[in-house]
Write a protein that binds this ligand. Structure first.
Ligand code: ADP
Ligand code: NI
Length: 214
């Protein structure tokens, strides 16, 4: 594959996310791109589709760009400008549409390329970086860190998950601790085990400090 389009996609995401402080900064996309490539190489997936879908997966995110979300206008315009075939554009857009966590309505992507990108995006939501992103997201959305009176709600469907306002600590139970078991590929499952264990250690330390035990 021509490296120019990948380099242009990197520039496009750097420009798109340069003012983001909600955990969706361009370093997130670059990490997802690298991790998706690593997983795709293990899984013998099509690297061009995986890399372009990874780089473009958040440019039409509903929270960041609600007006272009439905038709993925930004991603499509970028791909057309680079003369990508309509068939490949459809494959990439399908993957972008499948990636997001939607509680009990989350989708297992139909292609191996989609499964690689979904795993890479989810790996970036857990572990040390996942912890940082969760609190960055919480702060930028005016959510409090923790309130023991507000209990987490697990097994929400897509609508409930999207409309639910909670604390950042609850987000660990409502999403982050579920991701390990939702990984699609063997490569991602292995990485997720370690990141999930680290988050659990962090959570137990957090709650001990909260309760004055440490
Ligand atoms: P996805 O990548 O599955 O589409 P999001 O875009 O919703 O997920 O999440 C992006 C990042 O923001 C993730 O690291 C996620 O954990 C974090 N995040 C999303 N919702 C919340 C929330 N309610 N509280 C804290 N962090 C959140
Ligand atoms: Ni993402």
């Amino acid at each position: 594959m021509d490296k120019t389009i990948i380099n242009d996609a990197v520039k496009f995401v750097i420009n798109t996310f340069k003012d983001d402080y909600s955990g969706h900064d361009y370093f997130h996309t670059l990490r997802v791109y690298k991790m998706a490539t690593r997983i795709a190489e293990q899984e013998n997936a099509d690297l061009t589709i995986v890399q372009l879908a990874a780089l473009l997966h958040d440019v039409d995110d509903i929270k960041l760009s609600p007006e272009t979300h439905a038709n993925k206008d930004r991603a499509v315009a970028f791909l057309r400008k680079h003369s990508i075939s309509e068939q490949m554009i459809k494959s990439i857009c399908d993957i972008i549409g499948e990636v997001s966590f939607r509680g009990t309505d989350s989708i297992i992507p139909k292609t191996i390329e989609g499964r690689c990108v979904q795993d890479a995006d989810r790996l970036d939501a857990i572990g040390a970086i996942g912890i940082a992103r969760a609190f960055a997201y919480g702060g930028s959305h005016n959510r409090i860190i923790h309130d023991p009176e507000i209990k987490p709600i697990v097994n929400m469907n897509a609508d409930e998950y999207q409309n639910h306002i909670s604390t950042t600590i609850n987000h660990f139970y409502e999403k982050l601790f579920q991701l390990k078991d939702l990984m699609n590929t063997a490569t991602a499952k292995k990485i997720a085990e370690q990141r999930d264990a680290y988050m659990k250690t962090y959570m137990s330390e957090f709650l001990d400090e909260w309760d004055g035990i440490r």
